[in-house]
Design a protein around this ligand. Structure first.
Ligand code: BTN
Length: 247
């Protein structure tokens, strides 16, 4: 990973550059990093604030040799990589909020956006977009996210070297990816659950047409969300949004 790194001082979104590069045959493990994104993209069409020099904004191109249905497992893997890297690098205690928000003290410090190009049940490439808030202070965040967002600086009280931290994330990513390719999903599932936010509690699950309440049990063997309804039915959820109840 990271044998080829494309660095931009400023760009709309590294995701776009990654897709372009992948379509131009960029090799597996190519990394696109920007100091600043003017149109950073979050999940569900949300925007991702990517202030210059304050965080890690990068996209990783992967060319895994497996089926598109396994892509969610890669996302969960990426979340464990970020949680590991933050825990090891800063000694903070991150949690992963399903599927892949990294929280510290209940506030979001990193997120992952997975985008895939597949044809006829064959993955062409996957772009894993990683955003980590590193050196922001509260006032650096837009007003409407100030109470939900945090950074390593806010949590530890001092600044972090972005380059060192990128190195750490890439190293962790490479190790975990190799082991995932060799050993499959079980270790990832186990690790994810060890960081899992509010496992065992009730959640509200919302899909396009309905919403219902269930207990959040963890992650299934295939990467789905595992739940138990009140009549003890175990159900796997593959898409939709979930919400936690107030404590
Ligand atoms: C989320 O939690 O909603 C996902 C956020 C992903 C942000 C990263 S920053 C690098 C890459 N480029 C983007 O525009 N988005 C991802």
């Amino acid at each position: 990973l990271g044998k080829k790194i494309i660095h931009k001082t400023s760009t709309k979104t590294t995701q776009q550059i990654a897709h372009q590069a992948a379509q131009d045959n960029a090799e597996h493990g190519t990394i696109i990093i920007a100091d600043e994104q003017t149109k950073g993209k979050g999940r569900m069409n949300r925007q991702w604030q990517s202030t210059k020099g304050k965080g890690i904004w990068m996209s990783i191109i992967l060319r895994p040799d497996f089926l598109p249905v396994m892509a969610p497992q890669l996302t969960l893997l990426s979340a464990t990589v970020l949680a590991d890297a933050i825990a090891e690098h800063t000694a903070l205690t991150p949690k992963i909020k399903w599927p892949n928000d990294i929280l510290i003290n209940e506030k979001k410090t990193a997120g992952i956006l997975t985008e895939m190009q597949a044809e006829q049940d064959q993955i062409q490439y996957v772009v894993i977009g990683i955003g980590i808030n590193v050196n922001q202070i509260t006032e650096d965040f837009d007003k409407d996210i100030q109470d939900k967002a945090t950074s390593l600086q806010i949590q530890t009280g001092h600044q972090w070297n972005i380059k060192d931290f990128i190195q750490h994330v890439l190293q962790s990513f490479e190790n975990s990816y190799d082991s995932f390719m060799q050993n499959g999903f079980p270790d990832v599932k186990y690790k994810w659950e060890s960081y899992g936010y509010r496992i065992g509690e009730y959640i509200k699950i919302k899909t396009l047409h309905k919403e219902w309440k269930a207990k959040f049990l963890g992650i299934a063997e295939d990467g789905a969300l595992l739940t138990k309804t009140d009549n003890d039915e175990i159900k796997k959820i593959y898409s939709g949004e979930i919400e936690w109840f107030m404590r």
